[in-house]
Design a protein around this ligand. Structure first.
Ligand code: NAD
Ligand code: WQD
Length: 342
């Protein structure tokens, strides 16, 4: 039987690259569009090396509708997974226009191509930021979406609304996955998170401190109302997250969706504090990390973690990798990346 062809936008990025590997492992053909705004071309070779398959790669900026449409022509993509977006919360506050244009504009172009080229459906990268600071934990899919706390979060809320409308009108089924905090890397150490400049996120900051690129990790606040005073997040291994995408793709391909628009939390269901993450990193990798407690970071919420019952049941998926595995793989990736100096 002919393999189903999945177009992965942003497929050279952090989550996209891991998802391409898992899709190929599950028997899908993969094509990638990426404009390399936050990724490197060598990641393509690495995905091909891990999976042993050749990938169709198109270097296109999805904001350009004509180029994007020409890429869809005659390819008969069965589905699109749309990862391509800018993702820095801080940067979105400084350059909101860039975020609205890139994240919402790209989605609109992808939907136009799905419609005109008769592609079967869409899986969309959403985020737990759509919930803001929830009143009740864990957050379920029916928790209210609070006013967005950044232009980035607003783009995710708007994109979900656009997709819901589109799927209903065009009867093209779509699934949004609301990721919690993806961390870790592929076990090969060949692909992982590649932050440009000083990382905003906790885990790349930890690994860059451990390797000596940063002097000290700053822990932003230990005066929160949590178990040890530091904020709680639901960290999920990026390979578990990638597997959730394969499950969502299977659901669409097998015509199993109950509604034209479905949305799911993708987290482990367990919250860990910043100090617990640091301790896990130190223990599993036998490293003493240099860190200090400083003041709170503006805009940080106290605690968030998922109720993942719906995704586990409906997508027939489970997060199986624990915090130690996340920290171990993140460190292998950092070391290997610095050895190869790619
Ligand atoms: P990433 O930056 O590593 O990957 C995104 C990829 O999209 C990059 O390779 C980039 O070059 C590409 N891209 C961006 N704009 C493009 C455009 N206009 N045309 C073509 N390519 C474009 O980010 P990631 O961490 O892999 O995130 C993937 C998706 O998941 C994003 O939509 C992000 O908002 C969402 N998300 C990420 C997290 C996280 O913590 N990493 C959490 C929740 C949701
Ligand atoms: C985690 C915890 C920090 C860095 C962001 C986005 C969110 C989503 C995931 C896309 C917090 C603390 C961090 C550091 C620290 N992305 N921290 N020192 O803020 O939960 O979520 O990434 O959708 O939208 O906002 O993740 O990794 O930045 O922070 O103490 O140097 O680590 O205060 O408690 P966050 P993060």
């Amino acid at each position: 039987m002919k393999k189903r062809n999945i177009l992965v936008t942003g497929g050279l990025g952090y989550i996209g690259s891991h998802t391409c590997v898992e899709l190929i492992k599950s028997g899908y053909e993969v094509s990638i569009i990426d404009n390399l705004v936050n990724s490197e071309r060598f990641i393509l070779d690495r995905i091909e090396k891990i999976s042993g398959e050749k990938i169709n790669f198109y270097e296109i900026d999805i904001k350009d509708l004509d180029e994007t449409r020409s890429c869809f022509k005659n390819k008969n993509f069965d589905l699109v997974i749309h990862f391509a977006a800018l993702k820095s919360v801080n940067e979105s506050v400084i350059f909101p226009d860039r975020y609205y244009r890139n994240n919402i504009g790209s989605l609109e172009n992808i939907l136009k191509c799905i419609e005109s080229e008769d592609v079967g459906g869409l899986v969309f990268s959403s985020s737990c930021t759509v919930y803001g600071q929830p009143d009740i934990l864990p957050v379920t899919e029916s928790s209210p979406l609070k006013k967005a706390e950044s232009p980035y979060a607003e783009t995710k809320q708007i994109c979900e609304k656009i997709i819901k409308e589109f799927s209903t009108i065009n009867t093209k089924p779509s699934i949004s996955l609301r990721y919690f905090n993806p961390v870790g890397a592929h076990e090969s150490g060949l692909i992982g998170e590649l932050p440009r400049g000083v990382p905003d996120n906790l885990v790349p900051f930890i690994t860059q401190t451990a390797i000596g690129k940063r002097d000290k990790l700053k822990v932003f606040g230990d005066d929160y109302n949590t178990k040890d005073g530091t904020p709680i997040r639901d960290y999920i291994h990026v390979v578990d997250l990638a597997e959730a995408h394969v499950s969502a793709v299977d659901r669409l391909i097998n015509d199993e969706t109950k509604d034209n628009y479905e949305f799911y939390n993708v987290g482990t269901g367990t919250g860990y504090s910043v100090l617990e993450v640091i301790k896990s990193f130190e223990r599993i990798n036998k490293i003493k990390l240099s860190y200090e407690i400083v003041g709170r970071r503006e805009g940080d919420i106290e605690s968030i973690y998922s109720d993942n019952k719906l995704s586990s049941k409906t997508l027939n998926w489970r997060a199986i990798r624990d915090l130690d595995q996340m920290m171990k793989s993140a460190w292998i990736w950092e070391k290997k990346f610095n050895e190869s100096d790619s």
